[in-house]
Design a protein around this ligand. Structure first.
Ligand code: G6P
Length: 489
């Protein structure tokens, strides 16, 4: 009865993420142009129908003046978004520094950048202070907009300090936190100077979610080994307070991709691509240009395949879409040059006057062009060195209903746990293995391709992003209800 009352009225869901699902471009003193990005999280939340959603996050731009801030806040309000304004120095220390130069590589088992190791060690404290300060700023905005009965869902490694900040401001707030990256083994996590503070802060949430059971297990082990707390099948217990910890594997809005394939503009794109690459098999990589994606490893494996299989040299092409990201972080700048150098060398080595084996693009494609590309692909290559889930593999599968192409998938992507039976799993560090998997995939008989595809297609179309979000939010609500009932007893 308690539960029903809770669900009867339309609750508000405050989604707090580092970035808003909107990019803002300043057009004048008090005018802004907004562009909505229909990312995974946005479509996921369309599934949470019983809640009214508000977004809170950084607008991604520096707005030093009050007129600009006021105008942007007003424009964003129409999109149900609420901005957190971070100045350049905070962004540098919090986002480029602590989030993307420390937590991101560490959570993906890459350690600190080699040359920067000492420098990072020295600047660690100031970056962590900025991280906490930024999280406090997010908490202030959440607090300002919070109304009794709202549910607050915090996202990702940028906001690990947020659950604690929110609970300190209002202990009755319902707070969930979800990590979109892997959570590393406790042996890796314990190298972080701020290891305990971060864990304790996350534990302030009522529900903590991860993409896979392994990440959840690593988190619980970190809490038991580093903090000395008790891990239970439900989560982590600290002096009678239980923080529920569980796996909630994300998915995609598969219908959106499947429907797009019927559109005339997508069909036109497909026709163009088929003509352009007629007589050649198409292999595809779609990644943010990030060191965790294993792009150099993928290209080197492709080189090895061409080296060992001269007959294939004019019969296959690798299209690599590498979307630039975090371009102010030196490690990302180095990666860009490294990838360009390798692609140039291989194209010089195996290219002819009329064709090159690798088409490398440093930019994103619009949604329709991307769907067309997925649909005409024979073999998709996902070589992440570590990846929370990797939704590119899901998107590819969703667009392959008629072609039934092959997915080569890193065993270090969360998706390997759900698409493992249909994909060819590889260790991206083993270039020889990846090269021979490329050969296997290109030569795979149709009946095997169909079977593998069928397995993955069923998974991708039944485990959608909408279902993911609805499950997390409903469990968050239930957790709180249980907690309230406990207090009442
Ligand atoms: C990963 C993170 C997200 C992040 C995205 C893009 O998927 O888990 O939280 O938004 O990368 O990175 P960016 O730094 O551009 O926001």
């Amino acid at each position: 009865c308690e539960r029903q009352d809770f669900r009867a009225s339309k609750q508000r869901l405050l989604v707090v993420a580092n970035r808003l699902p909107v990019s803002a471009l300043r057009r004048g003193k008090d005018s802004w142009q907004l562009e909505i990005s229909v990312g995974g999280l946005v479509s996921a939340l369309l599934g949470v129908k019983e809640f009214e959603t508000r977004w809170i996050g950084w607008a991604g731009v520096n707005v030093p003046d009050e007129i600009g801030k006021e105008a942007l806040t007003k424009a964003l309000a129409e999109k149900r978004c609420i901005p957190v304004f971070l100045d350049e120095e905070i962004v540098h220390q919090y986002y480029n520094g602590y989030c993307n130069n420390i937590l991101w590589p560490l959570f993906h088992y890459l350690g600190l950048p080699q040359e920067d190791r000492l420098a990072t060690t020295r600047s660690f404290q100031s970056q962590f202070d900025a991280y906490k300060k930024a999280n406090q700023m997010f908490a202030d905005v959440v607090n300002e907009h919070y109304e009794e009965g709202d549910v607050v869902w915090c996202h990702d490694y940028h906001l690990m300090f947020l659950p604690k900040c929110l609970k300190e401001r209002n202990s009755k707030m319902k707070v969930g936190w979800f990590l979109h990256t892997p959570f590393p083994s406790s042996e890796i996590h314990r190298t972080l100077p701020s290891r305990s503070e971060l864990l304790r802060s996350v534990l302030a949430a009522d529900l903590v979610g991860f993409h896979t059971y392994d990440y959840a297990r690593h988190f619980v082990s970190a809490c038991t080994r580093i903090l000395g707390l008790e891990g239970t099948p439900e989560g982590v217990e600290d002096q009678g307070k239980l923080t529920r910890v569980a796996a909630f594997p994300i998915g995609i809005d598969s219908d959106r991709f499947i429907r797009a394939l019927e559109l005339p503009q997508v069909q036109d794109h497909m026709k163009e691509l088929k003509e352009r690459f007629a007589g050649r098999k198409v292999m595809l990589g779609v990644d943010r240009l990030d060191m965790i994606k294993g792009i150099p490893q993928k290209i080197l494996a492709f080189e090895k395949f061409l080296e060992e299989n001269p007959d294939w040299r004019d019969k296959v092409v690798l299209l690599q879409i590498a979307v630039p990201t975090r371009t102010d972080v030196p490690e990302y700048q180095k990666l860009t040059s490294q990838v360009h150098e390798i692609v140039g060398r291989i194209n010089g080595r195996f290219g002819t006057l009329t064709a090159v084996p690798i088409h490398h693009l440093d930019r994103s494609l619009d949604f329709h062009a991307l769907c067309a590309l997925y649909a005409v692909t024979d073999v998709a290559l996902v070589t992440s060195l570590r990846d929370g889930m990797n939704l590119v593999s899901y998107e590819f599968v969703a667009c392959q209903a008629s072609k039934k192409g092959v997915l080569i998938l890193s065993e270090f992507a969360g998706a390997a746990q759900s698409l493992g039976a249909g994909a060819i799993l590889i260790n991206p560090w083993n270039v020889t293995e990846v090269a021979s998997s490329i050969g296997y995939a290109l030569n795979m008989p149709a009946d095997e391709r169909e079977k593998r595809h069928h397995h993955n297609f069923i998974h991708v179309t039944t485990h959608t992003s909408q279902e993911w979000a609805a499950t997390f939010v409903s469990e968050l609500n239930d957790t709180i209800v249980e907690a309230q009932l406990r207090t009442r007893q």
